[in-house]
Design a protein around this ligand. Sequence first.
Ligand code: ZN
Length: 287
Amino acid sequence: MLIAGACVANRAHAAGGGAGSGSGSGVSGAHAAADAKGAGTARRSLRSARTASRPQAYRLRPEAGQLAAQARGSTSVTYTLDSGDSRGREIALTFDDGPDPLWTPKVLEVLRRWRVQATFCVIGREAAAHTHLLNAIADGGHEIANHSWSHPLLTRMRPAQVHEQLARTCDVVDEAVGSPPVLARAPFGEWNDRTLEISASLGMSPLGWSVDTSDWEEPGTRKITATVLRHTSPGAVLLSHDGGGNRSQTVAALRDYLPRLLDSGYIPVLPSGAAAFRNRTGEGWGG
Ligand SMILES: [Zn+2]
Protein backbone atom coordinates (compact mmCIF):
# COMPACT_ATOMS: atom_id res chain seq x y z
CA MET A 1 0.00 0.00 0.00
CA LEU A 2 1.26 3.42 -0.84
CA ILE A 3 1.32 5.64 2.17
CA ALA A 4 0.30 9.20 1.47
CA GLY A 5 3.41 11.27 1.87
CA ALA A 6 4.92 14.58 0.96
CA CYS A 7 5.32 13.73 -2.68
CA VAL A 8 1.78 12.52 -2.96
CA ALA A 9 0.46 15.62 -1.28
CA ASN A 10 2.51 17.80 -3.56
CA ARG A 11 1.49 15.94 -6.64
CA ALA A 12 -2.05 17.09 -6.02
CA HIS A 13 -0.73 20.53 -5.25
CA ALA A 14 1.23 20.74 -8.49
CA ALA A 15 -1.71 19.53 -10.50
CA GLY A 16 -3.66 22.38 -9.00
CA GLY A 17 -1.65 24.91 -10.95
CA GLY A 18 1.66 25.14 -9.11
CA ALA A 19 4.62 23.71 -10.93
CA GLY A 20 4.25 22.87 -14.56
CA SER A 21 1.34 25.19 -15.16
CA GLY A 22 3.42 27.47 -17.32
CA SER A 23 2.36 30.46 -15.31
CA GLY A 24 5.78 31.21 -13.96
CA SER A 25 8.35 33.41 -15.61
CA GLY A 26 12.05 32.84 -15.33
CA VAL A 27 13.29 30.81 -12.44
CA SER A 28 10.58 32.45 -10.35
CA GLY A 29 12.15 31.62 -7.06
CA ALA A 30 9.48 33.52 -5.17
CA HIS A 31 6.74 31.65 -6.97
CA ALA A 32 8.24 28.27 -6.22
CA ALA A 33 9.22 29.26 -2.70
CA ALA A 34 5.70 30.41 -1.96
CA ASP A 35 4.35 27.15 -3.32
CA ALA A 36 6.75 25.14 -1.22
CA LYS A 37 6.03 27.20 1.86
CA GLY A 38 2.30 26.84 1.44
CA ALA A 39 2.59 23.10 1.16
CA GLY A 40 5.13 22.95 3.95
CA THR A 41 2.74 22.99 6.85
CA ALA A 42 0.65 20.21 5.43
CA ARG A 43 3.80 18.26 4.67
CA ARG A 44 5.13 18.59 8.16
CA SER A 45 1.93 17.44 9.79
CA LEU A 46 1.64 14.56 7.36
CA ARG A 47 5.22 13.62 8.02
CA SER A 48 4.99 13.68 11.79
CA ALA A 49 1.85 11.60 11.68
CA ARG A 50 3.42 9.16 9.30
CA THR A 51 6.81 8.79 10.90
CA ALA A 52 5.32 8.24 14.31
CA SER A 53 4.48 4.71 13.28
CA ARG A 54 7.71 4.03 11.45
CA PRO A 55 10.79 2.31 12.82
CA GLN A 56 13.26 4.88 14.02
CA ALA A 57 16.09 3.05 12.35
CA TYR A 58 14.77 4.04 8.97
CA ARG A 59 14.49 7.71 9.73
CA LEU A 60 16.81 9.90 7.74
CA ARG A 61 18.63 12.57 9.69
CA PRO A 62 16.36 12.52 12.71
CA GLU A 63 17.98 15.73 13.91
CA ALA A 64 17.59 17.54 10.58
CA GLY A 65 18.32 21.17 11.18
CA GLN A 66 16.37 24.29 10.53
CA LEU A 67 18.58 25.34 7.68
CA ALA A 68 17.89 22.11 5.92
CA ALA A 69 14.19 22.75 6.28
CA GLN A 70 14.59 26.23 4.87
CA ALA A 71 16.43 24.93 1.87
CA ARG A 72 13.70 22.40 1.13
CA GLY A 73 11.84 23.13 -2.04
CA SER A 74 14.40 25.60 -3.32
CA THR A 75 15.10 26.18 -7.00
CA SER A 76 18.69 27.25 -6.37
CA VAL A 77 21.17 24.60 -7.40
CA THR A 78 23.75 23.79 -4.74
CA TYR A 79 27.19 23.19 -6.21
CA THR A 80 29.29 23.68 -3.11
CA LEU A 81 28.63 23.70 0.60
CA ASP A 82 29.06 26.86 2.54
CA SER A 83 32.26 26.18 4.43
CA GLY A 84 31.53 28.80 7.02
CA ASP A 85 31.83 26.34 9.87
CA SER A 86 34.63 26.83 12.35
CA ARG A 87 37.06 24.54 10.59
CA GLY A 88 35.92 25.26 7.06
CA ARG A 89 36.67 21.76 5.84
CA GLU A 90 33.23 20.34 5.11
CA ILE A 91 32.77 18.42 1.88
CA ALA A 92 30.04 16.13 0.55
CA LEU A 93 30.51 12.76 -1.10
CA THR A 94 27.75 11.87 -3.56
CA PHE A 95 27.13 8.64 -5.46
CA ASP A 96 24.80 8.49 -8.44
CA ASP A 97 22.88 5.97 -10.54
CA GLY A 98 22.38 3.28 -7.90
CA PRO A 99 21.34 1.49 -5.95
CA ASP A 100 23.25 -1.43 -7.41
CA PRO A 101 23.26 -4.84 -5.71
CA LEU A 102 26.95 -5.36 -6.39
CA TRP A 103 28.51 -1.92 -5.97
CA THR A 104 26.35 -0.04 -3.49
CA PRO A 105 27.16 -2.44 -0.62
CA LYS A 106 30.86 -2.10 -1.39
CA VAL A 107 30.65 1.68 -1.26
CA LEU A 108 28.68 1.44 1.98
CA GLU A 109 31.32 -0.86 3.44
CA VAL A 110 34.09 1.67 2.81
CA LEU A 111 31.99 4.51 4.24
CA ARG A 112 31.18 2.42 7.30
CA ARG A 113 34.82 1.61 7.87
CA TRP A 114 35.67 5.30 8.05
CA ARG A 115 32.40 6.31 9.72
CA VAL A 116 31.61 8.69 6.92
CA GLN A 117 28.18 9.70 5.65
CA ALA A 118 27.41 10.29 2.00
CA THR A 119 24.54 11.08 -0.33
CA PHE A 120 23.16 8.51 -2.74
CA CYS A 121 21.30 9.93 -5.73
CA VAL A 122 19.17 6.95 -6.64
CA ILE A 123 17.37 6.06 -9.82
CA GLY A 124 13.80 5.22 -8.89
CA ARG A 125 13.57 2.18 -11.13
CA GLU A 126 16.65 0.67 -9.54
CA ALA A 127 15.51 1.68 -6.07
CA ALA A 128 12.17 -0.05 -6.57
CA ALA A 129 13.96 -3.24 -7.58
CA HIS A 130 16.32 -3.11 -4.60
CA THR A 131 14.48 -1.49 -1.73
CA HIS A 132 16.63 -3.37 0.77
CA LEU A 133 19.53 -1.27 -0.48
CA LEU A 134 17.58 1.91 0.29
CA ASN A 135 17.20 0.61 3.81
CA ALA A 136 20.90 -0.21 4.00
CA ILE A 137 21.74 3.32 2.85
CA ALA A 138 19.37 4.91 5.36
CA ASP A 139 20.49 2.62 8.17
CA GLY A 140 24.04 3.79 7.59
CA GLY A 141 22.91 7.35 8.26
CA HIS A 142 23.38 8.36 4.65
CA GLU A 143 21.08 10.58 2.64
CA ILE A 144 18.99 9.47 -0.30
CA ALA A 145 18.43 11.95 -3.11
CA ASN A 146 16.13 11.70 -6.11
CA HIS A 147 17.91 11.07 -9.43
CA SER A 148 14.71 10.53 -11.49
CA TRP A 149 12.92 7.30 -12.29
CA SER A 150 14.80 6.17 -15.40
CA HIS A 151 17.59 8.71 -15.91
CA PRO A 152 16.23 10.62 -18.91
CA LEU A 153 17.17 14.14 -19.95
CA LEU A 154 14.41 15.90 -18.02
CA THR A 155 14.78 19.15 -19.93
CA ARG A 156 13.50 17.41 -23.08
CA MET A 157 10.38 16.02 -21.43
CA ARG A 158 6.91 17.41 -20.97
CA PRO A 159 6.20 18.81 -17.47
CA ALA A 160 3.85 15.94 -16.65
CA GLN A 161 6.56 13.44 -17.54
CA VAL A 162 9.13 15.27 -15.45
CA HIS A 163 6.73 15.27 -12.55
CA GLU A 164 6.17 11.55 -12.96
CA GLN A 165 9.90 10.86 -13.09
CA LEU A 166 10.52 12.69 -9.84
CA ALA A 167 7.31 11.87 -7.96
CA ARG A 168 7.51 8.11 -8.55
CA THR A 169 11.02 8.08 -7.19
CA CYS A 170 9.95 10.13 -4.16
CA ASP A 171 7.24 7.58 -3.45
CA VAL A 172 9.60 4.61 -3.65
CA VAL A 173 12.04 6.22 -1.24
CA ASP A 174 9.30 7.35 1.12
CA GLU A 175 7.71 3.91 1.12
CA ALA A 176 11.02 2.19 1.84
CA VAL A 177 12.64 4.42 4.44
CA GLY A 178 9.79 6.48 5.87
CA SER A 179 10.64 9.90 4.50
CA PRO A 180 10.88 11.30 0.99
CA PRO A 181 14.05 12.82 -0.40
CA VAL A 182 14.65 16.52 0.10
CA LEU A 183 17.35 16.71 -2.54
CA ALA A 184 17.20 16.00 -6.26
CA ARG A 185 19.90 15.69 -8.83
CA ALA A 186 18.85 15.87 -12.46
CA PRO A 187 20.32 13.23 -14.75
CA PHE A 188 23.43 14.73 -16.37
CA GLY A 189 22.97 17.68 -14.02
CA GLU A 190 20.66 19.21 -16.61
CA TRP A 191 18.08 21.51 -15.09
CA ASN A 192 15.96 24.27 -16.53
CA ASP A 193 13.44 26.61 -14.94
CA ARG A 194 10.54 24.25 -15.42
CA THR A 195 12.22 21.16 -14.02
CA LEU A 196 13.54 23.16 -11.06
CA GLU A 197 10.03 24.34 -10.27
CA ILE A 198 8.62 20.84 -10.47
CA SER A 199 11.36 19.55 -8.19
CA ALA A 200 10.65 22.36 -5.72
CA SER A 201 6.94 21.60 -5.80
CA LEU A 202 7.80 18.10 -4.61
CA GLY A 203 9.71 19.54 -1.67
CA MET A 204 13.19 18.99 -3.07
CA SER A 205 16.17 21.24 -3.59
CA PRO A 206 18.54 20.64 -6.50
CA LEU A 207 22.01 19.32 -5.82
CA GLY A 208 24.85 19.83 -8.27
CA TRP A 209 28.52 19.07 -7.82
CA SER A 210 31.85 20.84 -8.00
CA VAL A 211 34.26 17.93 -8.42
CA ASP A 212 33.54 15.31 -11.07
CA THR A 213 35.65 12.24 -10.42
CA SER A 214 34.83 11.08 -13.99
CA ASP A 215 34.75 7.56 -12.57
CA TRP A 216 32.11 6.59 -15.12
CA GLU A 217 34.81 6.82 -17.80
CA GLU A 218 36.77 4.15 -15.89
CA PRO A 219 40.00 6.11 -16.19
CA GLY A 220 41.81 3.95 -13.65
CA THR A 221 41.83 3.99 -9.87
CA ARG A 222 44.90 6.16 -9.60
CA LYS A 223 43.47 8.76 -11.96
CA ILE A 224 40.23 8.97 -9.96
CA THR A 225 42.17 9.35 -6.72
CA ALA A 226 44.41 12.01 -8.26
CA THR A 227 41.39 13.94 -9.53
CA VAL A 228 39.79 13.91 -6.10
CA LEU A 229 42.93 14.93 -4.22
CA ARG A 230 43.81 17.64 -6.73
CA HIS A 231 40.40 19.28 -6.97
CA THR A 232 38.85 18.87 -3.53
CA SER A 233 38.70 22.07 -1.55
CA PRO A 234 36.55 23.18 1.40
CA GLY A 235 32.90 23.00 0.49
CA ALA A 236 33.42 20.64 -2.46
CA VAL A 237 30.63 18.35 -3.58
CA LEU A 238 32.20 15.25 -5.12
CA LEU A 239 30.42 13.25 -7.81
CA SER A 240 30.99 9.50 -8.14
CA HIS A 241 28.82 6.58 -9.24
CA ASP A 242 27.74 3.43 -7.42
CA GLY A 243 25.63 2.19 -10.32
CA GLY A 244 25.33 2.21 -14.07
CA GLY A 245 28.35 0.07 -14.85
CA ASN A 246 31.44 -1.58 -13.44
CA ARG A 247 32.33 0.54 -10.42
CA SER A 248 35.33 -1.42 -9.19
CA GLN A 249 37.57 1.59 -9.85
CA THR A 250 35.17 3.85 -7.97
CA VAL A 251 35.29 1.59 -4.92
CA ALA A 252 39.06 1.07 -5.07
CA ALA A 253 39.66 4.81 -5.43
CA LEU A 254 37.32 5.56 -2.52
CA ARG A 255 39.30 3.17 -0.33
CA ASP A 256 42.40 5.10 -1.32
CA TYR A 257 41.34 8.74 -1.19
CA LEU A 258 38.84 8.73 1.66
CA PRO A 259 41.39 8.19 4.47
CA ARG A 260 43.63 10.74 2.81
CA LEU A 261 40.88 13.33 2.76
CA LEU A 262 40.18 12.61 6.41
CA ASP A 263 43.88 12.93 7.22
CA SER A 264 43.80 16.32 5.52
CA GLY A 265 41.09 17.42 7.92
CA TYR A 266 38.15 17.23 5.56
CA ILE A 267 34.80 16.46 7.14
CA PRO A 268 32.32 14.66 4.88
CA VAL A 269 28.79 15.85 5.64
CA LEU A 270 25.31 15.51 4.21
CA PRO A 271 24.50 18.50 2.01
CA SER A 272 21.05 19.06 3.48
CA GLY A 273 22.50 19.00 6.97
CA ALA A 274 25.51 21.20 6.22
CA ALA A 275 25.95 24.42 8.12
CA ALA A 276 24.42 26.25 5.18
CA PHE A 277 24.29 26.15 1.43
CA ARG A 278 26.29 28.38 -0.79
CA ASN A 279 24.10 28.50 -3.82
CA ARG A 280 25.29 29.22 -7.28
CA THR A 281 22.83 29.52 -10.08
CA GLY A 282 23.00 30.42 -13.71
CA GLU A 283 25.69 29.21 -16.06
CA GLY A 284 27.42 25.99 -15.38
CA TRP A 285 24.47 23.91 -14.32
CA GLY A 286 25.65 20.38 -14.24
CA GLY A 287 29.26 21.17 -13.41
ZN1 ZN B 1 23.21 9.88 -13.25
